[in-house]
Design a protein around this ligand. Structure first.
Ligand SMILES: [Zn+2]
Length: 420
């Protein structure tokens, strides 16, 4: 890599991040609501910057922006480097935006280089579910996957549906409601997304960037209820108890043991029970609870592991119910399939890592991304994660520009033709 141009691009990236942070401040962080005026202002800023850099700018029928070298504007088939420009309320500046800035930098550097295939950068709207309860709005609209429920989803602040918010931005929702892709999807040879890592792995392992192998799917139960028998904490002997709290503890311990086993045998899994509670109106320190409710969120890159965990969960609930004389009720299951990243693209990115000055490293993504929407639509997709401290969806997100440049350089090295 040409160091001078790398330094120049790093300074430009820093300026874009600083300018857009200043454009959307909220508390200690930034707020860029999905399909809002602020989101439009961010896109307008990026369009002006791209034009000043000699790039062509187009808007699609869902209000997403496309950037390309002028010569590639009408290309029949092209690679896409993109991500989203919206944020959660009082979120961090880099979630989403980093991937869009990376795409722009790839194009700016590509002005005097050859790409193996034409490249377009895509700035998507509306990825975060925080605003309408529904996520991936810009990419779902683009790929013809937006549902009627998405279009009628009410905004968290004003209660007006997404379709009205889109109409207010002069977006015609009729073609989107028809569920047809807004461009022929076979024109997209592949979708690449750089994103900050939202977990601690790269920080813990001291690695600046990684290739993502897959986006975890999940099975979720909002509220599993375990019902037993209440009683006096001092008066009921162990043998006569049907304590739902201990039954839940048994279940979580067994799920945890199974989790460890699956990891030790090379599988991918995460298990979380983030909402746990006995009934506030009836519980007391001296009372055996009569019921407890808890959430379960089970995620894996592998459908097989998810199916196994679903079976295991139900077997263990039946066993614990028998032993402890309690009753489990899971309520409805919410499921999302894992999104596999394209093997050839992931391998190509891994091979590009040494050319960007880092050793090849890959990992799973625990959170969902627009890349999953493209994969679902049959477009080969791949992702690069960049090291980031303090998690994401909060103002304390911390990505170093030098790490960001490593991630961007991996994508450039992958897209640029290596032989003359
Ligand atoms: Zn994001």
């Amino acid at each position: 890599m040409n160091m001078a141009s790398n330094d120049h691009l790093a300074l430009l990236a820093q300026r874009i991040f600083d300018d857009l942070r200043a454009m959307s401040p909220d508390g200690a962080g930034v707020s860029r609501p999905a399909y809002s005026q602020v989101e439009t202002q961010v896109l307008t800023y990026l369009a002006e910057l791209a034009r000043a850099q000699g790039l062509a700018v187009e808007t699609d029928a869902a209000g997403n922006l496309w950037f390309s070298r002028p010569a590639d504007r009408e290309a029949a088939r092209f690679m896409v480097v993109g991500s989203h420009v919206d944020s959660v309320p009082e979120g961090g500046n880099f979630d989403g935006l980093a991937g869009v800035v990376a795409g722009l930098l790839v194009l700016i550097r590509g002005r005097d280089r050859d790409f193996r295939l034409p490249v377009k950068c895509l700035a998507l709207r509306g990825e975060e579910s925080a605003w309408f309860g529904s996520c991936y709005l810009g990419s779902k609209a683009l790929t013809g996957q937006m549902s009627a429920a998405d279009l009628t989803a009410p905004h968290k602040a004003d209660g007006r549906p997404l379709a009205e918010h889109m109409a207010a931005l002069a977006i015609d929702t009729a073609p989107i409601a028809a569920g047809q892709p807004l461009i022929p999807l076979d024109r997209i040879a592949g979708y690449l997304e750089l994103h900050i890592e939202q977990g601690p792995l790269l920080v813990e392992r001291d690695i600046p960037a990684a290739v993502v192998t897959g986006i975890r799917g999940n099975i979720r139960y909002r509220s599993v209820t375990c019902t037993g028998a209440g009683g006096h904490s001092g008066a009921v002997p162990r043998a006569y108890r049907h304590d739902p709290v201990l039954a839940m503890a048994d279940l979580l311990t067994r799920l945890d043991d199974s989790w460890l086993h699956i990891l030790q045998t090379g599988g991918d899994l995460v298990v979380t029970s983030g909402v746990v509670g006995t009934d506030v109106a009836r519980h007391a320190i001296t009372r055996i609870a009569d019921s407890i409710s808890f959430s379960l969120d089970i995620r894996s890159q592998s459908n097989e592991v998810l199916d196994h965990m679903r079976d295991y969960l139900h077997e263990e609930m039946a066993d614990i119910a028998r032993v402890r004389g309690v009753h489990f009720e899971t309520g409805p299951e919410i499921a999302a399939a894992p999104a596999l990243m394209d093997d050839a693209m992931a391998a190509g990115l891994m091979a590009a890592m040494p050319r960007a000055g880092v050793a090849p490293f890959s990992m799973a993504s625990g959170a969902g991304h627009d890349a999953a929407v493209f994969a679902q639509a049959g477009v080969p997709a791949a992702m690069v994660f960049v090291r980031n401290r303090n998690g994401s969806h909060n103002p304390r997100e911390a990505m170093e520009i030098s790490d960001f440049m490593v991630g961007t350089n991996i994508i450039s090295a992958y897209l640029e033709a290596t032989d003359p």
